[in-house]
Design a protein. Structure first.
Length: 176
């Protein structure tokens, strides 16, 4: 029998917790506390929805990239050879949920070389991840006038495009 070392945290399934008895105020306080703990542990960098921060954390951990400052325009990380990455994550709440990534600002500004995209399931487990050349993003994105940004959907056919690298297993290997 393999035992867990005393210093290693144990993993608990999200189904082991029952929050039905908590009122809305308690749930919001719990959410705030969990957000703070994720920041304290270096998993997230903001108090926003953790999907984007988690995506950045996993990609940088998997590939040894250097995370950019929060204020850096359209670049989330760089690698040793100088490539610039914009990192996007999408959490789907159902099997056929939307895979539209968050807004891509100033896409024509040539701010990044590769988009690193990951789709999470409702439990924040990696479903699929890819490295997509910026040229492919520019060719497949749609401009949205209302938000002055471009949208890109990480559909399954993206993985079949030339130049796209499937990195699903690399991200799964460093999942928290």
């Amino acid at each position: 029998m393999i035992s867990t070392p005393p210093h290693a945290p144990t993993r608990t399934s999200s189904t082991d917790f029952n929050f039905d008895h908590l009122d809305v105020r308690s749930l919001l306080r719990l959410h705030g506390r969990i957000s703070q703990m994720l920041r304290d542990r270096g998993v997230t960098r903001t108090a926003n929805n953790p999907t984007g921060d988690l995506a950045e954390h996993l990609f940088c951990k998997a590939f040894g990239w250097t995370q950019a400052d929060n204020s850096m325009k359209a670049v989330d990380a760089t690698c040793a050879n100088g490539l610039r990455y914009q990192i996007k994550g999408r959490r789907t709440m159902q099997l056929k949920g939307s895979r539209q990534l968050s807004a891509i600002r100033d896409l024509e500004g040539d701010h990044f070389d590769v988009l690193a995209g990951v789709v999470f399931d409702e439990h924040f487990d990696v479903v699929r991840a890819a490295l997509v050349p910026a040229a492919l993003i520019r060719a497949g994105a749609t401009y949205v006038k209302r938000t002055n940004s471009s949208k890109f959907i990480l559909r399954d056919d993206v993985w079949t495009q030339p130049g796209v690298t499937d990195v699903t297993e690399a991200l799964r290997a460093v999942e928290l």
